[in-house]
Design a protein around this ligand. Structure first.
Ligand SMILES: CC(C)(COP(=O)(O)OP(=O)(O)OC[C@H]1O[C@@H](n2cnc3c(N)ncnc32)[C@H](O)[C@@H]1OP(=O)(O)O)[C@@H](O)C(=O)NCCC(=O)NCCS
Length: 201
């Protein structure tokens, strides 16, 4: 079994847990309702699709396979007992790098309550603890003010711009990279957010 997976992480009203097949109806409803909210920021692939889009069951199965192999930690985000988004610790690389990148989204109806900063803090603390990683990064388009605010609240280090870094909505887009290594947060990121009064409300 991969280190640190499966896991359930909690801070106040925010819970990170594995996505389940039983989430199908809620997840699909959320995605339809938030199509315009999410579309602008979501990664695409320049390669032709290998086949029809996966069913939700196939999607969950693929996520679980990736998690078991240790290449990602695909969390569902719950707020006050309701599924409201996803946070994925992706591209886990071990060896001399021991690094990963985090991606996230929440439904527009719960935006602005500090859910994502809290979820990222939980995930990063877990990565530096049971998962055994040393570095976590988050890549954000310069136009994404809400996401830039998330890393600002967390106090992540600005590593600069990666040009044409990721394929988004049909084009290669520049991203700003923000990172943190374990030495920078000896007391953990949840504790840093708590002290700043920025945990989810
Ligand atoms: C980016 C995102 C994950 C932030 O999540 P969140 O849980 O709302 O994070 P926060 O509560 O800390 O809010 C961050 C900022 O979003 C902005 N914001 C708040 N409510 C908003 C709303 N309804 N609409 C747009 N922006 C909003 C505010 O500037 C807020 O900063 P503030 O708390 O200082 O006012 C969320 O906006 C989202 O899912 N966006 C679409 C997908 C996306 O961009 N993913 C990230 C790709 S890198």
């Amino acid at each position: 079994m991969a280190r640190g997976w499966p896991a359930v992480l909690r801070e106040g009203d925010v819970v990170l847990r594995p996505l389940r097949r039983a989430d199908s109806r809620t997840w699909l409803t959320l995605r339809v309702r938030n199509a315009a909210w999410l579309e602008r920021w979501e990664a695409t692939s320049p390669e032709p699709a290998p086949g029809p889009p996966p069913t939700f069951g196939q999607f969950v199965r693929t996520l679980n396979q990736q998690a078991r192999s240790g290449s990602s930690l695909p969390f569902a985000v719950e707020y006050r007992g309701e599924l409201v988004g996803q946070l994925t610790v992706a591209t886990v690389v071990r060896g001399s790098l021991c690094s990963s990148s985090i991606g996230y989204w929440v439904s527009e109806h719960v935006a602005g309550r500090g859910i994502t900063p809290t979820a990222v803090a939980l995930a990063v603390d877990h990565c530096f603890g049971p998962v055994g990683l040393h570095r976590v990064e988050i890549n954000i388009r310069p136009e994404n003010a809400a996401s830039l605010r998330v890393v600002e609240k967390l106090g992540l280090r600005d590593e600069g711009v990666r040009e044409r870094f990721l394929h988004i909505q049909g084009a290669w887009c520049d991203h700003r990279t923000f990172a943190v290594t374990a030495e920078e947060v000896p007391g953990g990121l949840v504790e840093r957010l708590r002290r700043a009064g920025l945990l989810a409300r």
